[in-house]
Design a protein around this ligand. Structure first.
Ligand code: G3H
Ligand code: ZN
Length: 282
């Protein structure tokens, strides 16, 4: 199937009360694991690349891998830029063929975030590319102090932001963090419900690695329709490769460890698809 943008899949998820998994990929085996898992589960899926990953390999390389893998399956596959923070990030991905981008201006002063996000939306609307934006800050790798509720998304501001920018989806800050959790997080579900009641656009949950099944299901019940998962896949990959290398110090074929690691990543993706309820929704 050809690559699609994320608008249609997120609209379906919003309507039917499930969420689409957006899985960060690092290399060819991650791309295969995510798309093959989605095919097995008959689920729509979003493959996404961070700006750092795009320094490791180009958007052209990732889109080629995603396209050739998506061509072999029947489920809808989208490729999305995760946490793009400059117009340059956005444009290089669109030029390569991405049909969905995140412009993350959450660290900018509010009016600047509105202005720059609106510009990205205007550019993208004319070429049928979906745009996700962020309000508030999701701590961890983005550099904000952990668990600072002052950085949570304000529902009034979210409403104003979506109205003024026309963004297709909005990442909200309700207590999740990027990376590994030091303790079980306490999510601000009431805030999520309030935001949901104010705006129509699909809502996105970042920092989903390490959340419990209950966390994820409650967030989906309250209106989250895209769930971003990166760290758990990286852990599955790294732990498998590390163990294989320790147990097999004389093996020099990288495919051996990579094949096992790809299977482990695939298992995590399938588990998440079941929790998000996107299985059989393709
Ligand atoms: O944008 C990517 C995600 O928010 C992933 O977060 O690494 O905590 O799963 P995570
Ligand atoms: Zn994120």
């Amino acid at each position: 199937m050809a690559i699609v943008n994320t608008n249609e899949m997120l609209a379906d998820a919003r309507h039917k009360h499930y969420a689409v998994g957006a899985f960060n990929v690092e290399n060819m085996e991650f791309v295969q694991a995510v798309i093959w898992a989605a095919e097995e589960m008959n689920s729509p899926v979003i493959v996404q690349t961070s700006v750092n990953t795009l320094k490791y390999a180009t958007p052209e390389m990732f889109i080629s891998m995603v396209k050739s893998c998506a061509d072999t399956v029947k489920v809808p596959v989208a490729i999305h830029l995760d946490h793009g923070s400059t117009l340059f990030n956005v444009m290089t991905c669109i030029k390569a063929g991405y049909k969905s981008v995140m412009f993350d201006g959450s660290m900018l002063p509010y009016e600047k975030n509105v202005e720059q996000t609106r510009l990205v939306v205007e550019l993208c609307k004319s070429i049928d590319v979906s745009v996700e934006a962020e309000l508030g800050a999701i701590s961890g790798k983005e550099g904000a102090p952990e668990e600072s509720t002052s950085l949570y998304t304000d529902p009034d501001v979210a409403e104003d932001f979506v109205n003024r920018t026309g963004v297709d989806s909005l990442a909200v800050s309700i207590g999740t963090v990027h990376g590994l959790y030091k303790a079980t997080p306490k999510l601000d579900y009431n805030r999520l419900s309030t935001i949901r009641n104010r705006i129509e656009a699909p809502l996105v949950l970042h920092g989903a690695s390490g959340l419990t099944i209950d966390h994820l299901r409650e967030c989906i019940a309250r209106g989250i329709t895209k769930v971003n998962i990166a760290t758990e896949l990286r852990c599955a990959w790294s732990e498998t490769v590390r163990k294989y290398s320790i147990d097999n110090p004389k093996v020099y074929d990288p495919k051996k460890a990579s094949k096992l690691a790809r299977e482990e990543v695939m298992k995590v993706v399938k588990e998440k698809i079941l929790i998000l309820g996107s299985n059989s929704m393709a």
